[in-house]
Design a protein around this ligand. Structure first.
Ligand SMILES: Nc1ncnc2c1ncn2[C@@H]1O[C@H](COP(=O)(O)OP(=O)(O)OP(=O)(O)O)[C@@H](O)[C@H]1O
Length: 661
């Protein structure tokens, strides 16, 4: 697209977005801007009239008709000046209101879309995430936002009305040729300034990825979690140097671009503009100096003031230029973000993604879903993550019985967490289906299906709200059920620890929050377990726990399974764990390997089979005996690797570590 085409498309987009502010606000902004265009011109005219009437007023004295006429002209000029002083801040306020309203609508639509995707695939897509982060940065910082681009574009009315007014003054009071020449010279200078800014903004926008990296490094230096390692490992010097280099990677191209874009063009445009202006003023002076000329003092003053004022209009407009050049960048990112969501929705065959500027997601809502009664079946499920060739599952066939406890084991990367993501419809299978009582879950309403699920992921969320709310988020509609919250807190053995906090279970969990406190890793894990129990008490019937005992001490781990199975009596439990002491008590144990089920059965059945599970179980049991040192040797680790790598071997370095837990 040509530069002009791009410029027009940019302006058209801003206009379309401006329309969302509503007619009254747009009308008020335009009106104030027109007023700010006309008032300086009126002031210029009457200032010249005052100058022209001074000689007669001085000659005729106070009280004369010439004196009164001078006062009238002065009053009009002063009124125009005062009105301008009032209109300018009013324009600022109304413009800000318009900008904030538009930005608010854009932020709403982005948040709705980001939170409203059925799956999480789009939010893990690098391009989509980068667009979201870019949009969020501009919208949050409110430096050059889309709303400000809209307000900035409307502010141009004031500037161009002024230019037209000054040109009319020069044309009417002197020469229409001079007026045209002046307008062209100012236009040329503006083109140079604004065009340069567009190019500069283009370079800055091209450095988005580097800027985001710098944002990350800045945040990292003050991140409390990283602060520990930065100090312990002595990373500070390295980090400082790395950040400095990244910062220069961002700054150096900007410096170069600024010199290239601005220096010579600026001199060239300035030279031409000054030349034309000098020609207009020179001819004016020449004509005025002619004794027979009809150029009066008033007209002379008016034209000179108009020319000089117009000249200023060729310059940079602080209320408009940067905003219109960069402000829409965030909006472009927003649009790319929406396009990315749509692409991801189409690729996953899921429901249509919400569109930018709309409030609802597309697609027909599916029918609600009854609680599962028979089985959860991964029916020939093949899956690879978007953009990845590697199959995590290759025609996986797995049946999870309802009302029983199924444990899933496998080496790091075997696909255990992915299994849960597919079950919760955070991703859709590439082929095959997840069926509940024989029905593909994609045929059901996703929200309805999720009301049956209570999933605690390995990296469960630690909300900076009260401990009680952290638990109640398992079934947020029942947040007021304090009795149940207390019951599940006690059930996971957290009652005493929370009672010791300043406000008991109502203490905010976040050390940096006023009156807040933090918990240990194991206590947080208990909070997550309580959340799952709370969900079970309020209607969920399938509970999935991904590494629920990873942070629990040995005593707590031993008690966990016994307590949890009695608390989750009748529910379908899916337990993912590397700890065989937890796993062994499940009704069914499934060993995942190479994207398929390698073995399944009860602990006794699998031990009798003496396959991968049995070897790994024995290896882990040995760790708790006096022979631990023997089991810890390389042979033992190899054994563990071989045990779970029943297929053609993945060469995963972490396997021995995990197997040895
Ligand atoms: N968001 C993602 N995008 C691309 N690949 C992913 C993503 N999440 C996981 N993977 C890959 O999918 C495979 C299965 O990962 P998954 O997390 O399901 O394994 P896991 O069995 O739960 O491992 P662990 O025991 O370490 O928790 C791994 O190879 C992993 O690298």
């Amino acid at each position: 697209m040509s530069t002009l085409g791009r410029m027009l498309a940019e302006r058209r987009d801003i206009l379309k977005l401006t329309g969302r502010a509503g007619v009254p606000l747009i009308a008020a902004t335009v009106l104030l801007n027109l007023l700010l265009g006309v008032l300086p011109v009126v002031f210029t005219v009457y200032a010249a009239v005052v100058v022209g009437r001074v000689p007669a007023a001085v000659r005729d004295g106070i009280g004369s008709a010439a004196w009164d006429s001078l006062l009238r002209a002065f009053a009009v000029g002063a009124a125009a000046f005062v009105a301008q002083q009032i209109a300018a801040p009013l324009r600022e306020s109304v413009g800000e209101l318009l900008a904030r309203r538009i930005d608010g609508l854009v932020i709403d639509s982005v948040m709705r879309a980001a939170m409203g995707t059925t799956g999480i695939g789009p939010l893990e897509d690098t391009a989509v995430v980068q667009d979201l982060r870019t949009a969020a940065r501009e919208l949050e910082n409110w430096v050059q936002s889309p709303g400000q681009a809209c307000a900035g574009q409307l502010a141009l009315h004031a500037r161009y009305t002024q230019l037209a007014g000054y040109a009319v003054i020069v044309g009417a009071a002197f020469s229409w040729w001079a007026a045209a020449g002046l307008a062209a010279a100012v236009g040329l200078f503006r083109y140079g300034m604004r065009g340069g800014l567009r190019k500069y903004a283009g370079v800055r926008i091209g450095l988005d990825a580097v800027e985001l990296k710098n944002d990350y490094l800045r945040a990292l230096t003050i991140d409390s979690a990283a602060a520990k390692e930065i100090r312990v490992f002595g990373l500070l010097e390295w980090l400082r140097d790395y950040w400095r280099r990244c910062y220069l990677d961002w700054l150096a191209p900007l410096w170069t671009a600024r010199r290239r874009i601005y220096l010579w063009p600026f001199l060239w445009f300035t030279g031409w503009t000054l030349l034309v202006t000098a020609a207009v003023l020179g001819v004016l002076g020449h004509v005025a100096a002619d004794p027979g000329s009809d150029v009066t003092l008033t007209r002379f003053a008016m034209v000179v003031t108009a020319v000089l004022s117009a000249l200023r209009l060729g310059d940079f407009y602080p209320e408009s230029d940067l905003q219109t050049a960069v402000g829409m960048h965030a909006y472009d990112s927003v649009r790319r973000f929406f396009a990315g969501l749509e692409r991801a929705a189409a690729a996953n065959g899921g429901p249509a993604a919400p569109k930018e500027g709309t409030s609802e997601a597309g697609g027909e809502p599916a029918a609600p879903m009854p609680a599962p009664r028979g089985s959860l079946h991964f029916d020939q499920v093949t899956f690879s993550y978007p953009g990845e060739d590697r199959l995590v599952f290759d025609r996986l066939d797995l049946t999870i019985p309802v009302g029983r406890c199924t444990a899933v084991v496998g080496v790091n990367g075997a696909g255990k967490t992915t299994l849960v993501k597919l079950l919760a419809r955070l991703y859709e299978p590439t082929s095959g289906a997840v069926r509940v009582d024989g029905v593909d879950i994609r045929e059901r309403d996703v929200e309805a299906w999720r009301t049956h699920l209570a999933v605690i992921f390995q990296d469960f969320a630690r909300y900076e709200v009260s401990a009680a709310d952290n638990v109640a988020f398992g079934a947020v509609a029942h947040r007021a059920d304090a009795e149940s919250v207390r019951a599940v807190i006690d059930a996971v053995g957290l009652g005493a620890a929370l009672d010791a906090l300043p406000h008991g279970a109502d203490t905010l969990l976040g050390r940096q929050l006023p009156g807040g406190a933090d918990l240990s890793g194991g206590q947080w894990q208990r909070i997550a377990l309580a959340r799952a129990l709370f969900a079970l008490r309020h209607g969920s019937s399938v509970v999935v726990l991904d590494e629920p005992t990873a942070s629990l001490d040995v005593r707590a781990e031993a008690g966990f399974f016994r307590d949890f199975t009695s608390l989750a009596e009748g529910a379908t439990t899916v337990l993912i764990s590397h700890r065989f002491s937890t796993v062994r008590q499940a009704d069914l144990i499934v060993v995942l390997d190479q994207g398929r089920v390698a073995e399944q059965g009860s602990h006794e059945e699998l031990m009798a089979r003496d396959g991968a599970y049995a070897r790994l179980f024995r290896l882990q049991a040995e760790r708790f005996t006096d022979d631990a040192d023997d089991a810890d040797d390389a042979g033992g680790a190899d054994d563990a690797d071989d045990a779970l790598r029943t297929g053609n071997g993945t060469g995963n370095d972490d396997e021995s570590v995990e197997a040895g837990r």
